[in-house]
Ligand binder design. Sequence first.
Ligand code: SAH
Length: 252
Amino acid sequence: MSISDKTDISRKDKKSFHVNILTLFPDMFPGTLGQSLSGKALESGAWSYRAINIRDFATDKQKTVDDTPAGGGAGLVMRPDIIDLAARSIPAAQRGKMIYMSPRGRTLTQKKVEELSALPYLTILCGRYEGVDQRVLDAHDFEEISIGDYVLSGGEPAALILMDACIRLLPGVMGNHETVSEESFSDGAGGLLEYPHYTKPALWSDENGAERPIPDILTSGHHGKVREWRRQQSLALTKERRPDLLNKLKDD
Ligand code: SAH
């Protein structure tokens, strides 16, 4: 069975985060998550995954996983019985929350990411073609989650995005926990977009020779004023780019 297994699911460690991925393309994992902070965290065992190849559960010689849509129309639909067999190959206690990456789902938010990253197990189903037969979604109570109002060719990049967002919140993955708690959308940032960042050099000239200094306030050493400036910048940016977030704050 072509399962790429980077798992030690026998670990009883309460802070473990294990993701089962149901996919036709197991080699897409860990993909980008094998690099940088998430890659180090994978090595250290802060999270683990198991990419399960749905095709391994096909029951005919041709290894068929899809068929034409009932009722007619274009494209192919992934069969419920094969996905079900793949899902049931995961011990029930290790399935955790069942998620189907889908443009039809609720759009992923930082709040949802915080909720999911606190769970010990997730199982993520990645669709291909036109999507998957509704009955298997109902039978396993898959929650549909979208990463935005656009259509991808498959759920795997969406799953990598969801996993990336969860993994960086796991304890010890990001060096400085403040970095995480004060970011855009988080409660620490008041639910606003983050302020602009600057670093050395203090004065930098761009391609046209225009001098671009760091705003004076940031080099003043006055922490209270810096805080106030950042808050103003956050508010102005949010008002300009994401007024919906401000309205949401009013409603909460
Ligand atoms: N026919 C579907 C699109 C299928 S795209 C529709 O019109 O809604 C094929 C697969 O890509 C989907 O099954 C889903 O798993 C994944 N996918 C596409 N766009 C996505 C998005 N915005 N968020 C999460 N998953 C997505």
